[in-house]
Design a protein around this ligand. Structure first.
Ligand code: PBG
Length: 337
């Protein structure tokens, strides 16, 4: 108890009842501090070759990889539900993957075709393009490999080429998730030099080397290929200050928005970035977080819908401007119903 409270008389203290606000549905609504709406949600889509193709991702119940034509349908659904943006991830065919990931800057790659087709069919929806080499390399790393070392500057050169192609194809937001040093500045410079001053940069500045990415790696087909781990570029879960330095660096390099990834185990990071830097912060509720809720619900341990809603509220309460989540469509449907 603070000094002030020691001095007030006990009658006054007895009158304090915090449950008074919570006694009716309407009074709880009046003091609600957080709102989740469809415009807070970013819907990730996994893209495959083919037509009218839909493949289930086993480790992510309810999530399918989609051919481009079906992704266009999904974009229309998203628009109707009030979801502002999609994040696209390609599952590159095996024969297009290589040691140097050169397919990443092929202007006719799966990702670029998906971007341009969706952009012309549904121009009102925001398109977020992931920048990293893992869906294109035979070793599943986000950068170029020299023996066991991930090369930084050489990787950045390729990431710049990849970004330019994605913007030319129709991406509105470039989202580098590779964690190489200096890529935000290099990409910004290259985009500006080509007249793309308005393209947003959403930097995965605080991306951790996490066990929660497993199902995603199955979805894009990089998991079984991955040699070793990503600890020389992604952050260790132990560190918070290091994440702040990454964020500061990317802001100095002109990042518009910051992404924290994974999401729920890292809400302290979201909160701290928000207070320190006053910049829009997003979080990625990653594949393993999604799988946790889905499989726990399947086992009858938790209520799926209630857990989904609660998890998304937690992101907004922590300070997120929005959440990249595999629940985007279900949550938007629920909010619209
Ligand atoms: C890497 C990348 C990862 C995810 C998206 N892009 C993780 C990784 O393999 O390091 C994970 C997203 C998820 O788990 O949902 N560029």
């Amino acid at each position: 108890m603070s000094k002030n409270f020691e001095r007030v008389n006990m009658d006054f203290l007895a009158g304090r009842r915090l449950r008074r606000s919570r006694q009716y549905g309407w009074s709880r609504d009046m003091v609600r501090e957080t709102i989740v709406q469809p415009s807070d949600l970013i819907w990730p889509l996994f893209i495959i070759e083919g037509e009218n193709e839909r493949q289930a991702v086993k480790s992510m119940p309810g999530v399918d990889r989609l051919s481009i034509d079906l992704a266009v349908q999904a974009a229309k659904e998203a628009l109707a539900l009030g979801i502002p943006a999609l994040a696209l991830f390609p599952n590159t065919p095996a024969d297009a993957r290589s040691e140097d990931g050169s397919e990443s800057y092929n202007p006719d790659n799966l990702m670029c075709r998906a971007l341009s087709t969706i952009k012309s069919a549904v121009p009102e929806i925001g398109l977020i393009a992931d920048v990293a080499l893992d869906p294109y390399t035979t070793h599943g790393h986000d950068g170029l490999l020299d023996g066991e070392r991930i090369l930084n500057d050489e990787s950045v050169e390729i990431l710049v080429k990849q970004s330019l192609n994605q913007v030319r194809a129709g991406a509105d937001i470039i989202a580098p998730s590779d964690m190489m040093d200096g890529r935000i500045g290099a990409i910004r410079e290259a985009l500006d030099a080509e007249g793309h001053q308005n393209t947003l940069l959403l930097s995965y500045a605080a991306k951790y080397a996490s066990a929660f990415y497993g199902p995603f790696r199955e979805a894009v087909g990089s998991g079984s290929r991955l040699k070793g781990d990503k600890k020389t570029y992604q952050l260790e879960p132990y560190n918070r200050e290091e994440a702040m330095r990454e964020v500061e660096q990317d802001i100095l390099e002109a990042a518009d928005w910051i992404m924290v990834k994974p999401g729920m185990p890292y809400l302290d990071i979201v909160r701290e970035i928000k207070t320190r830097f006053e910049i829009p912060v997003f979080a990625y509720q990653v594949s393993g977080e999604y799988a946790q809720i889905e499989f726990a619900a399947q086992a009858g341990a938790i209520d799926r819908q209630a857990a989904m809603v609660e998890s998304l509220i937690a992101f907004k309460r922590a300070g997120c401007s929005g959440i990249l989540t595999y629940f985007a469509k279900d949550m938007a449907e629920l909010l619209n119903s």
